[in-house]
Each structure stands twice: as structure tokens, then as C-alpha cells.
Design a protein around this ligand. Sequence first.
Ligand SMILES: CC(C)(COP(=O)(O)OP(=O)(O)OC[C@H]1O[C@@H](n2cnc3c(N)ncnc32)[C@H](O)[C@@H]1OP(=O)(O)O)[C@@H](O)C(=O)NCCC(=O)NCCSC(=O)CCC(=O)c1ccccc1C(=O)O
Length: 261
Amino acid sequence: MDYQDLLYVEQDGVATITINRPEVYNAFRAQTVEELIHAFQRAGWNPDIGVIVLTGAGDKAFCTGGDQKSHAGSYGGRGTIGLPVEELHTVIRDVPKPVIARVQGFAIGGGNVLALLCDLTIASDKAQFGQVGPKMGSVDPGYGTAYLARAVGEKKAREIWYLCRRYKADEAERMGLVNKVVPHEELDAEVAAWCAEIMAKSPTALAIAKRSFNADSEHIRGQASMGLQALALYYETDESKEGVRAFNEKRPAEFRKFHKK
Ligand SMILES: CC(C)(COP(=O)(O)OP(=O)(O)OC[C@H]1O[C@@H](n2cnc3c(N)ncnc32)[C@H](O)[C@@H]1OP(=O)(O)O)[C@@H](O)C(=O)NCCC(=O)NCCSC(=O)CCC(=O)c1ccccc1C(=O)O
């Protein structure tokens, strides 16, 4: 596959996958998600690769979730919501090697969920994290909620979703979203050092460890697929579409005008 929305580099046993849509803060459209799935499979099953790094192009954003300029209702591609996010989420978990999120800017919405799903997260001190679904007419019901609660605790996860605030890197580290925060200029060296440490370990032992961690939260896959079915119906409502419209018109959303119950 020729990638339009990604950069893919293999070097010294590390595959680096970069979402390359800086003009929309590395938001993803259906094409991007298809390419990410392909790239994770490609790196994940290549025996020469020991670690996968996921990042975003430029300094502004790691990823800001679904591209709000490319949809009104369904995202128009494959999968329950027209964006095969279920497959993307599960491939990050299923590849038998550690995946590191290199977060240099905003990890927001579906972008925060991607960083969360990576095995490890290393962030620059300029990174910011948060969910925005209820502000934008969306939600990630499954890994975005239940798995987040495992990382940061129930109270904090509910705060993150209900208030849609942004959290600086040091706060994200304290709450368990991030493994390590380093000065922005040191991010690449830190990621390279973690990759080198992992490359020196037994790949089979790492694969067994990863899969045994996964086993304990595997039921969330089922919750996610039920939740996405509901989300697909929600995306067709005027209440959800108001979120996308308001973002693109650069005004606050007026959800309550469209809320029926
Ligand atoms: C990221 C921001 C907080 C940055 O704010 P700020 O610094 O003020 O910059 P802006 O001027 O807002 O943005 C700069 C520039 O980038 C464009 N942009 C930013 N984000 C997006 C985006 N997501 N889509 C399209 N474009 C984007 C922005 O329009 C500006 O360009 P201009 O040309 O100047 O207009 C802030 O930008 C922000 O909050 N962004 C929106 C984030 C967002 O709404 N994300 C989508 C959330 S919903 C979602 O991800 C769910 C979709 C989904 O995929 C999903 C569904 C179901 C289950 C799971 C998932 C999943 O996990 O992904």
C-alpha cells in the first residue's frame, strides 16, 4: 500500500509510524485509519521489528482524533461509524510487540485514545491530553472510557469525559496516562533510549507479557463494539451534528436546543 496520510520508517529494529496531516493537527479520516491498520500489521508481523513508535508530524499535535472537516454524521468509510476505529484499536493491542506513543503536542479525542492504547507513552513537556467528545457530539464508548478508567481511575476518567478539559503533560504523568515527560528537545533521544532498551530484551517474552496484560481487559473489545453501534445512531442525530457544525463555524455548540429527552 502507498501511504497518503502516513510516513513509515524502519530503522535499527524500530518501525516509526507518523500520522502526516499537520494541517488538521493530525486528525484522522477513513483513509488514515486504513493506512494505520496496514502499517501496524506490516510492522507488527515483521520479525526484524522489535518496537513500534506511533507519533504525529510537526510540533503541534500527536493526533486530534476524527477529522471534523471530513464528516457530517458518518465518516463515510468502512466500519460501524464509517471509520474502522475498532480495527485500529485492536491492532495496536494485537501486534505482539511493544508500541510507544511519542507525544509531542495535542493528544485529543480519538488521539488521546490512540496514545492510551499504546503500551507506553513518552511525552514532551509541551504535550496536552484530553477528551472532547461531549463538546463535539461524539464519545468513544469502550477503550476510551472503560480502559481509560483502568489507567487513571474511575473518578478521573469521568472528570476527563464530562468536563472535556485539557491536561498538561506533568498532570497526565501524575494521573497515569504517561510513563515519562521530558523537555521537548529531548523527546527523540528519550524515545530512542527506551526503544534500545526494549530491543535488548527477549521478543518472545515481551510478546507473552503484552498478551497477558491484554487478556485482563479483553472484554472491553465487546463493550466497544456495542457502544459503537449506539454511536452510529447518535451520529445521525441533530444533537451530534451540532457539535461538528459548531467546531467548523468556530462557535460554542448549542446541544440542548436539539436534545429531545
Ligand atoms: C486540538 C485543539 C484543542 C487545538 O486547539 P487550538 O490550539 O485552539 O487550535 P485550533 O485553532 O482549534 O486548531 C488548529 C487547526 O487545526 C484544525 N483541527 C484541529 N483538530 C481538528 C480535527 N480533529 N479535525 C479537523 N481539523 C482539526 C482546526 O480546525 C484549525 O484549523 P483552521 O484551518 O485554522 O480552522 C482543538 O483544535 C480541538 O479541540 N480540536 C478538535 C478535536 C476534535 O474534535 N476531535 C475529534 C473528537 S471526536 C473523536 O475523535 C471521535 C471520533 C472517533 O474517531 C471515534 C469514534 C468512536 C470511537 C472511537 C473513536 C476514536 O477513538 O477515535
